[in-house]
Design a protein around this ligand. Structure first.
Ligand SMILES: CC(C)(COP(=O)(O)OP(=O)(O)OC[C@H]1O[C@@H](n2cnc3c(N)ncnc32)[C@H](O)[C@@H]1OP(=O)(O)O)[C@@H](O)C(=O)NCCC(=O)NCCS
Length: 254
């Protein structure tokens, strides 16, 4: 019987240390995933996709104690990758940006993760109308420095993506319909979930973390209905994925 964690488990891979044609990682992809990888024109995007799916299988395999190649990932209508809920309660989420690939696992409940490289050249006034609710826009514009405005904007952006991934809709839902409050320490609270067809199961029990200074990245995590033993504070268990990815180097059948 596998032992599922009572808290979110986060694996972070740095792509700088990984070959884009790493055979041991490619071998973990299904034929459909190998075909999809080749649909990306940029080699960097091919690599992000390959590492995301390979790392997801390895992370799930270490949690469920099954061979990584047997981890069956299916896609919902909105493109959310998931496991068969009849087989396990384990859920996961994948994000990539720049050199980072992040995979979040949760024993049961919903989980979403997002990561964005902090780009100082971001022009807040270009993104605010696409991403922010009126309240969020007002708060960003009231900040005195460009750096503070960009940091708050990217914090909100990653939080929204993490949340919209957790509920499985992604950007099919307008991110401006979701409002987060960030206090002075950028601690997030969900003020307004998207109105309309949000299933009841997603109404309550959310916890969020945003890390606006994860090196040159902003990273956010959305978690709902964690295991009841996990306590009231969201305390993920962070792992460097290097060892896990290297563990797949033993020969595998293609
Ligand atoms: C989810 C979404 C916001 C990700 O945006 P992004 O910033 O470009 O990429 P990220 O690196 O942050 O996340 C990508 C990952 O999100 C996951 N994802 C995709 N759609 C998702 C969804 N609806 N819900 C949850 N997660 C989703 C995937 O794991 C994807 O990585 P992978 O394909 O390599 O496995 C965006 O792709 C989206 O809105 N997708 C849904 C709408 C859509 O285009 N559907 C197509 C129908 S198949």
């Amino acid at each position: 019987m596998p032992c599922l964690p009572t808290f979110p488990v986060i694996w972070i891979a740095n792509l700088q240390h990984i070959d884009e044609n790493a055979r041991h990682l490619l071998a973990l992809l299904t034929p459909a995933e190998k075909a999809r990888r080749l649909c990306f024109r940029q080699v960097a995007d091919q690599k992000r996709f390959m590492v995301g799916r390979a790392l997801t299988r390895l992370a799930i395999s270490s949690q469920l104690r099954c061979p990584a190649q047997e981890v069956n990932i299916v896609l919902t209508r909105n493109g959310k990758p998931k496991l068969d809920p009849n087989l396990t309660t384990l859920t996961f989420s994948i994000a990539h940006s720049g050199d980072l690939v992040v995979v979040a696992l949760l024993a049961r409940g919903a989980v979403g993760v997002d990561v964005e490289r902090f780009a100082p050249e971001v022009v807040p006034e270009v993104l605010i109308p696409m991403v922010c609710s009126l309240l969020e826009a007002k708060e960003i514009r009231s900040l005195p420095t460009h750096k503070q405005r960009v940091k708050r904007l990217l914090s909100l952006w990653t939080l929204k993506e993490a949340y919209l991934k957790a509920i499985g809709v992604g950007l099919t839902t307008d991110p401006r319909k979701v409002t987060f409050n960030l206090d002075a320490q950028l601690q997030p609270t969900l003020l307004a979930p998207p109105e309309g067809d949000l299933p009841d199961q997603f109404a309550h029990g959310w916890k969020f973390i945003v890390m606006p200074d994860y090196g040159e990245y902003v990273l956010a995590l959305a978690v709902q209905n964690m295991h009841r033993d996990a306590g009231s504070t969201l305390t993920p268990c962070w792992h460097d994925a290097g060892i896990l990815l290297a563990s797949a180097t033993r020969p595998l059948k293609e």
